[in-house]
Design a binder for this molecule. Structure first.
Ligand SMILES: C[S@@+](CC[C@H](N)C(=O)[O-])C[C@H]1O[C@@H](n2cnc3c(N)ncnc32)[C@H](O)[C@@H]1O
Length: 194
């Protein structure tokens, strides 16, 4: 039984692509959010997969994009589709995030794949790569709980609204809004207070 989401997604990369490439779930929410950012904003996408439909939605706006994903197969697909977007192949936990700052970060379908401690650490690290007032959009349920990821079977961990909110607050964010997409996935929109 694979417990590391990075390993699991590489093993199941082709199956994941078959389903995700033809799904539009999340694209409307992400594009609407992206259009609220100033044109030219630098945005980093964490857990980008091969880029359909989320990177494609982001790219339809006027943002400058950077991306990271741990699956070599998915990153290969991403590079073919988006040759002009800098992409790192590696775990977000170890990334240097291209050693720069951003106006915004986005993580769709990633955070809850990580163990609790790593989720909390990632939120803190994201706060450090954003400029003051920077924005962070991520998906995670409101409810607390564990379940098996449909794509890979790895155990997912939702820390729930109260814990995400308190961790976001400790990292310097406030929750500025929430969204729900067609697949009933919940989005936290956070903004750095200073
Ligand atoms: C559910 S998929 C979401 C992909 C994309 N955001 C989307 O919405 O289609 C999760 C993605 O996170 C990547 N991933 C899993 N664990 C990771 C880690 N520790 N660091 C970076 N990427 C990771 C997987 O390779 C996969 O592409």
């Amino acid at each position: 039984m694979i417990t590391d989401s990075a390993v699991a997604y590489e093993v199941h990369a082709q199956d994941f692509l078959c389903g995700r490439d033809t799904s539009m779930i999340g694209s409307v929410v992400v594009e609407q959010w992206a259009r609220t950012l100033p044109a030219g904003s630098a945005v980093i996408e964490l857990g980008c997969g091969a880029g359909y439909p989320i990177t494609r939605a982001l790219q339809s706006t006027e943002l400058k994009l950077w991306a990271i994903d741990s699956s070599a197969s998915l990153v290969r697909g991403f590079k073919q589709r988006f040759p002009s977007i800098p992409v790192q192949c590696g775990k977000v936990q170890n990334s240097d995030f291209f050693n720069r700052t951003y106006q915004a970060a986005i993580a769709v379908g990633l955070l809850f794949l990580l163990p609790e401690k790593e989720q909390l650490a990632l939120i803190e690290r994201v706060a450090k790569i954003l400029v003051p007032g920077g924005r962070f959009l991520f998906t995670a349920p409101i409810e607390t709980g564990k379940w098996n990821d449909l794509n890979t079977g790895v155990v997912c961990h939702s820390l729930g609204w109260a814990r995400y909110e308190s961790c976001l607050n400790s990292a310097g964010f406030r929750i500025a809004g929430t969204f729900l997409d067609r697949g009933e996935n919940h989005y936290y929109e956070a903004q750095l207070i200073h």
